[in-house]
Design a binder for this molecule. Structure first.
Ligand code: IFM
Length: 462
């Protein structure tokens, strides 16, 4: 079903799996600080130990080899390799990623490295974080250091993971680190993430092997209206969630409607001459994370509730300037996150990208689901619900490709159960189970199934 060079992989992120939070010179990130703040993470859990991937690297590499993946998407912990977010690289931190990359290559697995998966060095937050312009330049400097250190071996570089989450969950709703609730700051963060991305791609192009591919991962929202009368609600959410990043990164300009929609919040004076062009650096492939679609309608009669994806009125929302939009709960089935399962949104999203950005290939850099995953008496985890979710979504990718979408790979989220941010360890996304007491790894049925998908280079027809 898939081309012979289609990349099958799994994905993780540094703070979610590594642990070793204070080892070998690593300094705290905003997530270390946030997770220690009472009330921010379920049961007060932290990534101090996480999956202890830092110390169990060889075992985890062998699991990847056993699955037969062609690629592995990991992220680099910025405060591990450049403690404090400035100055020279930390050789002891870099040594871990050297071992990881070399271990992947030795197993014939292509390393796909994400530079920023939400763990900003705390020192950079203390001088303003992403709303502060200088952070974009610090990020580019860090990118250059990584290009110099690993650029001869990394197959694909992903600058940012889901800048939507960094900006809107970190600085507007505050449910992610650093936990600020300032809509104007969130929009400034959007801009400095876009700028940092463009600067980082240029730095990597200079420092890394010319064959290395450049990418960014966006959690694009596939937005639908309840009826045709809701087109304006769809446009507003699409602009804030998608075009705020796609515009500058791919077309070198923000849609002017974004400025109009958010004029009551900020005048966007932080966008300086030349910034939009600087944010736009040619990419080889666009990373797409997809979990579920979004359904909206025009909110009638003022004060209502943001029902599906956000909190009630009066509580900080990630949806800046969307007071006239209601997020509608969609029909099930649902995953353990409460997210509805609807793979048709993935096909439609990929076809939209093909239409709007012809010539730019895509790669699914995350797709997967959390489920309760009870352990049976013999230790087996029969996660048929996850297998069904994955099968549906892989078929949806195939359908988009049949419609002309140029999709180059699929990375399952996640290799193993890990620290699910504000949910702590309560939500399990892995195809490999990690026992919270012993940290022992056990293949769930979905891991065996995925190995078969990779071996067959596809799933059975529906
Ligand atoms: O665990 C996260 C990941 O870090 C980013 N994308 C969504 C996943 C599931 O919530």
């Amino acid at each position: 079903m898939f081309p012979t060079d289609f990349l099958w992989g799994t994905a993780t992120a540094a703070y979610q799996v590594e642990g070793a939070a204070a080892e070998d010179g690593r300094t705290p990130s905003i997530w270390d600080v946030f997770s220690r703040t009472p009330g921010k993470v379920t049961r007060g859990e932290t990534g101090d130990v996480a999956c202890d991937h830092y110390h169990r690297l060889e075992e985890d590499l062998d699991i990847l080899a056993g699955l037969g993946v062609g690629a592995y998407r990991f992220s680099i912990s910025w405060p591990r390799v450049q403690p404090g977010g400035s100055g020279p690289a930390n050789p002891r931190g870099l040594a871990f990623y050297d071992r990881l990359v070399d271990g992947l290559l030795a197993r014939d697995i292509a390393p796909v490295a994400t530079l920023y998966h939400w763990d900003l060095p705390q020192e950079l937050e203390e001088v303003g974080g992403w709303p502060h312009r200088d952070t974009a330049f610090r990020f580019a400097e860090y990118a250059r250091l990584m290009g110099e250190a690993l650029g001869d071996r990394v197959h694909t570089w992903i600058t940012l993971n889901e800048p939507w989450c960094t900006a809107y969950l970190g600085y507007a709703s505050g449910v992610h680190a650093p936990g600020r609730t300032d809509a104007a700051a969130a929009l400034a963060a959007v801009h400095h993430l876009n700028l940092g991305h463009g600067l980082a791609v240029r730095a990597l192009r200079e420092a890394a092997d010319p064959a290395a591919r450049m990418s960014v991962t966006l959690n694009l929202h596939h937005v639908r209206g309840v009826s045709e009368a809701d087109a304006e609600a769809v446009r507003r959410v699409d602009t804030l969630a998608n075009l705020a990043f796609l515009g500058p990164m791919l077309d070198g300009a923000y849609p002017r409607s974004l400025f109009d929609d958010t004029a009551a919040v900020t005048d966007w004076a932080f966008v300086q001459d030349g910034d939009e062009a600087a944010a736009c650096a040619p990419l080889d492939v666009l990373g797409v994370n997809y979990y579920n679609p979004v359904l909206v309608r025009r909110r009638e009669g003022g004060a209502g509730r943001e029902t599906a994806d956000g909190p009630a009125d009066g509580v900080a929302s990630p949806w800046i300037a969307c007071q006239d939009v209601e997020f509608v709960r969609q029909p099930g089935p649902y995953t353990e996150m409460g997210w509805n399962i609807d793979e048709t949104g993935l096909t439609e999203l990929l076809l939209r990208l093909r239409r709007d950005h012809p010539g730019l290939p895509t790669m699914i850099t995350e797709n997967g689901a959390a489920f309760p995953d009870p352990v049976e008496a013999d230790g087996r985890v029969s996660d048929d619900d996850r297998i069904d979710y994955l099968r549906r979504h892989i078929r949806a990718v195939a359908e988009a490709m049949a419609g002309g979408a140029d999709v180059r790979g699929y990375f399952l989220w996640s290799l193993m159960d890990n620290f699910e941010w504000a949910h702590g360890y309560a939500k399990r996304f892995g195809v490999v189970r990690v026992d919270r007491g012993t940290l022992e790894r056990t293949w769930k049925d979905s891991a065996h199934w995925y190995r078969g998908v990779i071996a067959a280079n596809g799933v059975e027809q529906g």
